[in-house]
Design a protein. Sequence first.
Length: 424
Amino acid sequence: MAEKVKIFVNGAFVDSKTTEFLPVENPATREILAEVPLTTLSEIDEAIHLANVAFSTWKEVATPERARLFLKYQHILKERQKEIAEVLSKENGKNFADAMGDVWRGIEVVEHACNISTLMMGETVENVARGVDTYSYIQPLGICAGITPFNFPAMIPLWMFPVAIACGNAFILKPSEQTPMTSNKLAELFVEAGFPKGLLNVIHGSKDQVNHILNHPEIKAISFVGSVPVAEHVYRTGTQNLKRVQAFGGAKNHMVVMPDANKQQVINNLVGASCGAAGQRCMAISVAVLVGEAQNWADEIKTALSNIQPGIWNDDKAAYGPLINQNSKNKVLRLIKSAYTQGADVLLDGSDCVVEGYENGYFVGPTLFNNVTAEMDIYKEEIFGPALLLMKANSLDEAIEIINNNPYGNGTSIFTSSGAAARK
Ligand code: NAD
């Protein structure tokens, strides 16, 4: 029988009393690694109650004392980075180098949290009206919650709870049900760092657990990262309940390629940025807008992409891993099919990719579309797979207009050598 993932409440790992579980799959093999509980709502209430008890004393702890614990935590995370990355790779599928990077980005946020004394400085304004000075303090709110996606199982939880707790809050983390074990590992090391019990709680589950958090009066602030529809739901419900909410959704990131750019650098960067982590990054480059002469580089981009292949997490030759599950793979395959009927040139089609020895894995090969237009589904939807779209523009202004008309946000990069001479 597969191991049952524990919940982490009031400083202890315990079995949830629920009878409902979801499987946690290794996406390269479909082996069931563990079963994740759909934590009961009364267990969440109890966790929130105990977090409130912890908050009542933690908020009085001096900021340098809080920072000291985070210094210890970041030290432990660094020492145990490989151990965390291995847990992460197995449940998420990303290769070990990517998993190490995932953990490292999180550690950097913990380092940031170590500066909490200066980060919490307030402001004063003298003589704002005759004889009136104003000042502000930054104070903790109480219990904050984090709801996180599968694709960065270490970095994204670490974006959230270290800063919230360093500020004097307590925290309820609801990680993705597809990658719950990395969060438990982060919690285990949190205990080792010596934090008081009840400050960090990890409750597992899915939609119902999230909705309970959104409606719970004791949760004061929510940080969400995930897909657009869920981000909208979390934002709407949370703010309706007068909570502070930040909700980060999906993305479609563009790279503008100017004809004076260094071609090899462009191609190398496009390969990693489009297919790295199987394209399951919110900052993946999914669209390259080739300006002018750069439109002739499609064949060389194709050659470079066809030279990489997916594989399992500890295969050094593999450029990236599998998609997270069957639904994700179905979505990518559906979008590839739509590209044929909607008139894109499919230069590479990774639909039939098979990794020897891992025939059941959710692998998709590198995929490349040329002559993509804004009306196509591959452009309108977030693919979240190892796929790159090539579009054409006659000028930088035209490229920028294409990007500004895309409803998704996140990042854009412009590859050009203009200005390079001035930097020498
Ligand atoms: P997801 O929206 O399916 O799940 C995110 C979280 O929401 C999970 O904890 C999940 O349990 C919960 N959830 C799912 N459905 C829900 C529902 N109906 N009601 C309430 N809660 C629900 O996202 P995912 O597939 O895990 O992650 C991939 C998505 O995250 C992509 O769209 C990606 O672009 C986005 N993402 C964005 C950023 C960013 O910084 N903008 C970073 C990473 C990932």
